[in-house]
Design a protein around this ligand. Structure first.
Ligand code: MLT
Length: 247
């Protein structure tokens, strides 16, 4: 039984993910936004590396059939329907919609995990649901990787703290779960902050940047534990709730 935590998807190799379950974490804000969108009734979230790719796909599918969403340098993209603030993804806005999402780090991290046995999108807001799935994987001897998206190739405190909470939940009462140093360090960060997730996010560079840019409410949203029970899984180029038939 094994859990590894890796930082930054750019360094990921096929051997890191093949045959494993990969949980992608981008707490601020992409993985939180994806959980909110799917929990509030979106049909699917399709990740794109660039806004041009997302726009091209919207033209192919029909502009009225989709919602374009995402951010560049934290800000909503001109001409898009939604930014990357999870609170925008209400049932009224997203019910039944396919969302084409492009963000600075989170979308790329999901795409980089392709080749894994399963890919799941993890955050604090859907913590218990995803932790149960990862724990079941570890118990059945499937290796788990938690991929911290980080920010522009760098380590981020918020993703590490969230990964640590997953590591600790998966390990609880299980003997013989091997971890890499990344997982051990993340568990220490989570232990240090304990239940004060808001403080952890406020201490992080990206949390501070978001607060400074007027997105303080988003940081609060992302710090809330278990708002949703959705398990978003990436399949056939789109992220859907686990248990949903393929779209
Ligand atoms: C990302 O993917 O880098 C983000 O979620 C950035 C953000 O929206 O704050």
């Amino acid at each position: 039984m094994r859990i590894d935590v890796f930082f930054g998807y750019q360094q990921l190799t096929p051997a890191d993910v093949t045959g494993r379950v990969v949980a992608v974490v981008d707490v601020l804000r992409a993985s939180t936004t994806i959980a909110a969108a799917l929990a509030n009734g979106a049909r699917a979230v399709v990740p794109f590396l660039t806004s041009d790719d997302a726009v091209a796909q919207s033209k192919q599918l029909g502009r009225e059939a989709v919602l374009l969403a995402g951010e560049q340098k934290m800000l909503p993209i001109p001409g898009f329907d939604l930014g990357n603030s999870p609170g925008e993804f209400t049932p009224e806005r997203v019910q039944g919609k396919t969302i084409l999402l492009t963000t600075t780090n989170g979308s790329g991290a999901v795409l980089a995990a392709q080749g894994a046995r399963d890919i799941v999108v993890a955050s604090y807001v859907n913590f218990s649901a995803v932790a149960a799935m990862l724990r079941a994987a570890v118990r059945s001897e499937t290796e788990v990787v938690i991929l911290c998206s980080g920010h522009e190739r760098r380590f981020t405190l918020e993703d590490a703290g969230c990964a640590g909470r997953y590591v600790r939940a998966i390990q609880k009462d299980l003997n013989g779960v091997a971890t890499n140093d990344g997982a051990t360090a993340c568990a220490l960060i989570d232990r240090k902050y304990g239940e004060n997730i808001a403080k952890l996010l406020q201490d992080s560079n990206h949390g501070q940047a978001l607060i400074g840019a007027g997105f303080g409410d988003d940081v609060g949203f992302c710090a809330t534990l278990d708002s949703f029970s959705v398990v978003p899984v990436y399949h056939d180029r789109q992220i859907v709730p686990l248990g949903t038939s393929r779209l």
